[in-house]
Design a protein around this ligand. Structure first.
Ligand code: FES
Length: 100
């Protein structure tokens, strides 16, 4: 079942925010009005990716510079080696939902 996490207006274009979804931290990025969800926890040493920088569809971890593609979770640049899980984010009226 999809989980409501917030409002569309909570994340401006080019922005990111982390939400608690059933005990997991999920980051959501707004890329030109499209929303992409991925695990907020960097697979390198666990920093919050939502606290990093978003440039187009690339998120850069603020801790040691790992880069991920927010659309796939793939690592684009180390030191991280493992991808992050992605989450399907839907827009339901004014609400953002993730899951199932
Ligand atoms: S914790 Fe993200 S690059 Fe090290």
């Amino acid at each position: 079942m999809a989980t409501r996490i917030g409002k569309v207006t909570d994340i401006g274009a080019g922005g990111m925010r982390a939400f608690n979804v059933g005990g997991r931290k999920v980051a959501v990025a707004n890329v030109a009005g499209r929303f992409y969800g991925f695990d907020d926890t960097c697979t390198h040493m666990g920093c919050s990716l939502a606290a990093g920088d978003l440039d187009g569809t690339t998120v850069t971890c603020a801790c040691h510079g790992s880069e991920y593609d927010v659309t796939t979770g793939a690592v684009l640049e180390g030191p991280a080696e493992d991808p992050v899980n992605t989450w399907a984010v839907q827009v339901d009226g004014d609400d953002l939902t993730v899951g199932p």
